[in-house]
Design a protein around this ligand. Sequence first.
Ligand code: NAD
Length: 298
Amino acid sequence: MSTIAWIGLGHMGAPMSGNLVAAGHTVRGYDISEECAAVAAARGVTTVGSIAEALEGAEACFTSLPMPQHVRSVYDGPDGIWAHAAAGTLLMDTSTVDVATSRWCHDESTARGFTFVDSPVSGGTAGAEAHSLAFMLGGAADDVERARGYVAPMAGNVIACGEATAGIAAKLVNNMMLFISTMAVAEGSQLAEQLGLDHAVFWNVANAASGQSWAQRTWYPVPDIVPTAAANHDFDATFSVDLARKDCALAVQAGDTTGVHLPAAKLALGQLDELVSEGFGGKDCTLVTKFASPDGTL
Ligand code: NAD
């Protein structure tokens, strides 16, 4: 069993690191939020007060951080990972970032004698709890194989996507599709209700028919239909509007740089922008459902 450092113990980081502990690893975790650290400590993570302490004795290090700028600041600088990790440490970033940030992590890690594998995940907090996440790994084949062993206790699927940044590219495209399908489920749920359908019945129909999607199965935005939906808890975030907005903006930006037209993704981004400007950035991204509601409320 190994000693593994974990930086960022939020919605995803806490259950994911807890699953490494459950698999028998020693996990040394750090988060700037004491509240988040306490949640991870309750799952058996040894929480510490700095990145340097988290890396003591660690042969591998995971990061699960909100935005690209957080990833950059956690890797770089005198208090960062590169300054304190032992030579040869395997570094795996599970955050959703832009391709350029992931490329920078690869290049700068390699230049400093570390191994980096982009390791974004899909499956939400439900997948993190159930250790059924899909991991999308990008890097040299040997490095990806090494990473596979560390991610296994958290994963339902581990997909080697290709060379450096292939994992994060796959993740950005996947999430763009998720937010478009979330809009579809939001609108479908509201129309079903106004047409007099019972939500449980309609959910079963969609699940057995061609309207099904991961968002429909996992995030159906009406209380008491699926246990993993934020709608059951007044849209407290499982995947926050702020993070969804970030992912959607990264996909739209990638479309702009590659010349791909993304009208549906831009519509999703516009709704997420509106939620942020209304002060709902910390709520769940399935709150986009309110845009389909006849009176604009849920
Ligand atoms: P989160 O905001 O709940 O967790 C991030 C954590 O990082 C927070 O606890 C925060 O305090 C901590 N943090 C920020 N700066 C730090 C620093 N300098 N040092 C140490 N800790 C720091 O976010 P999340 O929902 O857990 O998502 C994490 C990443 O995973 C994001 O990039 C997100 O896009 C991605 N992701 C999220 C989901 C989801 O369903 N929530 C699913 C797949 C991928």
